[in-house]
Design a protein around this ligand. Structure first.
Ligand code: RTP
Ligand code: MG
Length: 149
């Protein structure tokens, strides 16, 4: 499977509910590698750009208000097939329908406050990593443990 990178963000509700550690732990234990991370407040411009594909949707204003309401924890994770696997680990968009064992399925009930974002394709991952991180923000390193995964 191809080595990939993806953009993952703990949304304001996840930060407020002290779920950063739990979410990082799940990705670490799965075997993926953290290559960049920052806790940050999000500008309206960045939120609108990030969710640009939804700008005609009725929930767009609420979505931008929510993402800018309180800090997020933005991350880049690396590993074989990480883009699709991260989406599986997150669960479906509506946490009420998300499978138990997924992050949204275990911790959420509201579609608006669904705890985590993850890029939905290779193209989205490239676009979003470029929006949220500079090349200098990201690192690359070998873990001796990698041969065990
Ligand atoms: P995300 O982009 O945040 O990772 O979520 P997603 O791919 O699972 O879902 P997407 O279709 O991209 O929707 C982006 C976010 O918009 C909110 N939403 N609200 N009220 C609604 O019907 C509705 N539908 C979507 C959700 O918070 C979703 O995460
Ligand atoms: Mg999406």
């Amino acid at each position: 499977m191809a080595n990939e990178k993806t953009f993952i963000m703990v949304k304001p509700d996840g930060v407020q509910r002290n779920l950063i550690g739990e979410i990082v732990t799940r990705f670490e234990k799965k075997g993926f590698q953290l290559v960049g991370a920052k806790l940050m407040s999000v500008s309206k411009e960045l939120a609108e750009e990030h969710y640009g594909e939804h700008k005609e949707r009725p929930f767009f204003g609420e979505l931008v208000d929510f993402i800018t309401s309180s800090p997020v924890f933005a991350m880049v994770w690396e590993g074989p097939g990480v883009i699709a696997t991260a989406r599986q680990m997150m669960g479906t968009t509506n946490p009420s329908e998300a499978a138990p064992g997924t992050i949204r399925g275990d911790y959420g009930i509201s579609v608006g406050m669904n705890i985590i974002h993850g890029s939905d394709s290779a193209e989205s991952a490239e676009r979003e990593m470029g929006l949220w991180f500079t090349d200098q923000d990201l690192t690359s390193y070998d873990k001796t443990l990698s041969k065990w995964i």
